[in-house]
Design a protein around this ligand. Structure first.
Ligand code: PLP
Length: 230
């Protein structure tokens, strides 16, 4: 994408607004603001658009494709070594090596093959990533994520057999349904399975997600501006 001046100048302001919104929503829910961390989702945006947001102090960023992230983040990370990069999109097991090399967290663990590949790569590279199991709370056939009924067995496999330290659960609610129902469901599944972290909430619904216990919200267009339609 070519840099869009209007998007860029606005991004720092919109970052501040998003942070203020999150803090207000956390206060309303009687949660400490520090419990909710903001991931700025920079997919489709290039370095010139990301830099102002980095310079404004934002350090957690999300990308949904390993290849795309590989093209822009190594150089940015060289200048901002304390950046934490989150993979939020579907992962292929043949990309596990690169994913573990580049990312600090993966939110999309959703099947045994991926869990094994990530466990193997983390051991091999001596690197510990923060991991989330993605749950397909709406049971949508085209969407990534483990079906809710399979979560207990999958969580046991990750913990007991693979010794993966899973931080929590992630979901993307169906576009045409009330997100609150899915956030409440994910929070319940997390409690039942002994997880404390919740990765949920995007530009349109992060305030609701905070009210339902999100510990990470993943916000893209509300900060960087609208993306070209795929
Ligand atoms: C793109 C994306 C986001 C951010 O979406 P916005 O609506 O732009 O905030 C969050 N989570 C995932 C998994 C995404 O792919």
């Amino acid at each position: 994408m070519t840099p869009d001046t209007e998007n860029t100048t606005g991004a720092v302001e919109r970052l501040a607004e998003t942070q203020a919104d999150i803090a207000a929503e956390a206060a309303e829910a009687r949660r400490p603001a520090s419990d909710v961390r903001l991931i700025a989702v920079s997919k489709t945006f290039d370095a010139p658009e990301i830099l102002p947001v980095l310079k404004a102090g934002q350090r957690q960023f999300g990308e949904n494709r390993v290849q795309e992230a590989k093209g822009k983040w190594p150089a940015l990370k060289a200048d901002f070594p304390d950046v934490r990069l989150h993979l939020i999109g579907p992962l292929q097991s043949n990309k596990a090596k690169e994913a573990v090399e580049l990312f600090d967290a993966i939110h999309s663990i959703d099947r045994e093959k991926i869990a094994r590949a990530i466990a193997h790569e983390m051991a091999k590279q001596g690197k510990h990533l923060e991991l989330f199991i993605q749950v397909n709370t709406g049971e949508e056939p085209q969407k990534a994520g483990i079906p809710p009924r399979e979560l207990p067995a999958f969580a046991r496999l990750c913990r007991d057999e693979l010794q993966l330290d899973i931080a929590g659960l992630m979901c993307i609610p169906p576009v045409d349904e009330e997100p609150a129902i899915h956030f409440a469901f994910l929070a319940k599944l997390a409690a039942e399975n002994g997880f404390s972290a919740l990765s949920m909430g995007m530009s349109d619904d992060y305030a609701t997600a905070v009210a339902f216990g999100a510990t990470y919200v993943r916000v893209g267009s509300a900060i960087f501006g609208s993306r070209p339609k795929p």
